[in-house]
Design a protein around this ligand. Structure first.
Ligand code: SF4
Length: 359
């Protein structure tokens, strides 16, 4: 029940104390919406039934990051209020007795985490166990954590997850966790609790944003030699900065160099050549444009058996060749069984580029 979960008393306290009139109105609106939601009634009319778009979500995320950073500096800055129009889906669903999967539910999780209240939800690692990605997967916010981003922004699949409030909030809270001592401790605890000999993917959404973050992950990888860890990154200069520190690379981490970054420019040819030489690098993972979509299916076998697979595979190979890649492994999009030995992106013996159509 929302009323027991959401710290309404704390929100009420905020309303009563030292808020400017504008802020008071915003808090009161959010409070009233959430209370009404908890009661399953709609006393406040939400006139703007707008679904949150990418721009609004990124702007909200930036405001939350700013507020959280200020709190780390000891300032008493409050969590920005969820725009009331996002509550629309929650109110409609609440009228039908549904609360899960709404913006209000996820905002509630964010609220409780932000203020350090007793909190459940927004697991640090996703581990769905499906053939698409049957691994423990970490995500942060796309774009805001991607210093190497460039043309990839136009087709970045991570934004598709913004449709799902829990996925967006998990990305946001993980981004916040990485900038605080208590947050990183939470990640460390979750990482050290991953069962033995599992596979971990760093990252699905977002990227390594700083050298500190990379050092943090590499220290964790070294502490769990039993785990097989792999990832994709466009933060190539950060990996080169790590090499410069003289520290060893973890032997259980494999890096795929993602395409679509700013380093595709000939101006950065030197960086691409240097990063490719790092001992952790498997090879490139590129996205190409084709007219043909990957066939659908739940397993790689099913996808490769489909009548359209050969056409799709050829189209991807042709597009990759135009970019100078003579031989590529065409990704079927099902990491659980894409290759006989181990998943292709985590196989250091497969050192040709892996290619997929932009989807
Ligand atoms: S090649 Fe295999 S492991 Fe890599 S993304 Fe595609 S399905 Fe997943």
């Amino acid at each position: 029940m929302l009323t027991t979960n959401l710290n309404l008393r704390y929100l009420a306290h905020l309303i009563e104390n030292d808020l400017s009139t504008t802020d008071k109105t915003r808090y009161q609106l959010a409070y009233a919406n959430l209370v009404n939601l908890a009661n399953g009634s709609e006393k406040i009319k939400i006139t703007t039934a707008t679904v949150a778009n990418r721009k609004q979500l990124l702007s909200f995320a930036q405001d939350v990051i700013k507020a959280y950073t200020a709190r780390q500096d000891g300032l008493d800055v409050q969590l920005p209020v969820m725009p009331t129009m996002w509550a629309h889906d929650a109110i409609i669903k609440a009228q039908n007795g549904l609360y899960r999967g709404t913006w209000a539910e996820s905002y509630n999780n964010l609220f409780n985490w932000f203020y350090g209240f007793d909190y459940k939800g927004l697991a640090i690692f996703a581990s769905d166990g499906n053939t698409k990605l049957p691994f423990h997967a970490f995500s942060a916010l796309p774009m805001l954590t991607c210093p190497g981003a460039d043309s990839c922004i136009a087709y970045c699949y991570s934004f598709k997850a913004f449709r799902y409030p829990r996925a967006f909030m998990r990305q946001l809270v993980n981004t916040l966790r990485l900038i605080s001592v208590t947050g990183t401790q939470e990640i460390t605890n979750a990482f050290m609790s991953i069962p033995n000999n599992e596979t971990v993917r760093l990252y699905v959404d977002g990227d390594i944003s700083t050298l500190t973050v990379l050092e943090y992950w590499f220290n964790l990888a070294k502490a769990r030699q039993d785990l097989r860890i792999y990832g994709y990154s466009k933060s190539w200069e950060i990996f080169l900065d790590y090499a410069k520190t003289g520290q060893d690379f973890p032997t259980n981490y494999i890096l795929n160099l993602s395409g679509g970054s700013k380093y595709e420019s000939p101006l950065y040819a030197n960086i691409k050549a240097r990063v490719s030489q790092l001992p952790i690098v498997r090879g490139e993972f590129i996205a190409v444009k084709t007219d043909i979509h990957m066939p659908k299916g739940t397993t790689s076998k099913e996808i490769r058996k489909s009548s359209n697979w050969l056409k799709y595979q050829q189209a991807v190979m042709d597009a990759a060749e135009k970019l100078g890649h003579k031989k590529v492994f065409v990704c079927p999009g099902r990491c659980g069984d894409c290759s006989a030995k181990t998943h292709a992106c985590g196989n250091p013996a497969l050192n040709i580029p892996i290619a997929i159509a932009v989807h």
